[in-house]
Design a protein around this ligand. Structure first.
Ligand code: SIN
Ligand code: MN
Length: 272
């Protein structure tokens, strides 16, 4: 997937791009089955909400073949390589469950705020590219983005160690209010929340301010976040566990575009 000149312009202006229906139903069915199984595992990479429901499974690309293929997939890797103009490595891989009734809040933050402070990442030359595994509705904890908020660089933040089970550098209410006011256009609020079918893809700048509300509906909202970093911009501090902030800076070698479909076919043949 290559970005057009218009998409590059939009990304620069707004700080995000949304691609509905990027992965097929078959590809998503495969990832969904694997994702549900992973979230049930009892291993250090699977973090739970304070309630005990699964919150995030880290580094599934290291122990699951389907997610290994996803982390090397051209539909995710190629546009970010194009943007950064060099090869990439996987800084982080997470499957966020936002479980039915129990998925908890993600407070307002910038991803690069955490990568810089905790991991010593030199510049905001890393980014999340997210794949919806469930349908994201306006009501099941959709990711909320403040358009254009990436333009102000890395903002002052406080280290939130208490409101959720996952430590995060978060923004205060005055900052979020100011950025939302600045993002308002033509009577529209300064927040967007892209919604869509499983298989939709969302990429957003490392400094784009975002958050998500708790999920109090019966509809889970699983999203995979692949965080790709330019190889020359690799992290310099190793404070967090390796499965949260990877230390292997080997450039990603992309798999073929049909790798997931081929994997599903090979499995079916093996099972016959
Ligand atoms: C994140 O910001 O890293 C995750 C937010 C979410 O999954 O809602
Ligand atoms: Mn984030």
């Amino acid at each position: 997937m290559q970005l057009s000149a218009e998409q590059l312009r939009q990304f620069d202006e707004l700080g995000y791009l949304f691609f509905p229906n990027c992965f097929s139903d078959d590809e998503i069915a495969l990832m969904r089955t694997e994702g549900d199984a992973i979230l049930k595992l009892d291993r250090p990479e699977v973090w739970r909400e304070k309630s005990g429901a699964p919150r995030t499974a880290f580094a599934a690309h290291k122990f699951n073949e389907v997610f290994r293929l996803l982390a090397h997939h051209p539909r995710l890797v190629a546009p970010l390589e194009q943007l950064f103009g060099e090869q990439l490595y996987v800084h982080q891989f997470k499957l966020n469950a936002k479980a039915a009734f129990e998925g908890d809040v993600w407070q307002w933050h910038q991803d690069y705020g955490t990568w810089a402070r905790d991991d010593g990442m030199p510049e905001a030359r890393a980014m999340n590219i997210a794949v919806f595994l469930d349908e994201v509705y306006p009501f099941n904890g959709a990711l909320m983005l403040v358009p254009r908020s990436h333009k102000g660089g890395t903002l002052a933040a406080g280290h939130d160690l208490s409101t959720t089970s996952y430590p995060l550098w978060t923004l205060d209410q005055d900052t979020v209010t100011r950025l939302c006011r600045e993002a308002e256009r033509d009577g529209e609020p300064g927040i967007v929340a892209p919604t869509g079918k499983p298989g939709s893809v969302l990429m957003f700048h490392g400094n784009l301010v975002h958050a998500s509300a708790p999920n109090i509906t019966p509809y889970p909202r699983k999203i995979v976040y692949l965080t790709l970093c330019a190889v020359s911009n690799h992290i310099t501090k190793f404070n967090r566990p390796e499965f949260i902030a990877h230390r292997d800076f080997t450039p990603i070698q992309q798999v073929s575009d049909d790798a997931l479909v081929e994997h599903a076919r090979a499995r079916r043949v093996a099972a016959e």
